[in-house]
Design a protein. Sequence first.
Length: 121
Amino acid sequence: MKNQTYRMTMLFDFYGELLTERQKEFFDLYYNEDLSLAEIAELAGISRQGVRDVIVRAEAVMQEVEDKTGIIKRFLSRGVHLDAIVSSAAEIQKINYRYYDDRRISQLTNMIRTEADALRE
């Protein structure tokens, strides 16, 4: 994946509900609100190291689940395949328009695009 923050927010989006409330809170403050460990520690009334430990444990829990399930990996690769499907449907529609003008082919390519869009959601 692109960078550490992006990777962590993807993990949080997919697996955040597996974390404790405290892990969720600290993780959100650190990665989404961009607070420093010291700022979170001050808010929580604990040490900076305590905050770091909670965040590191949260990262490890989510990464372990991803390593076992591969859900994010499959999700990301699905987008590439959907792009290829939509691109192929557009090419078929272009060829149909130029040479055949078959209404059924147009309907089917539109349905392919609609279904691909539904899978993206």
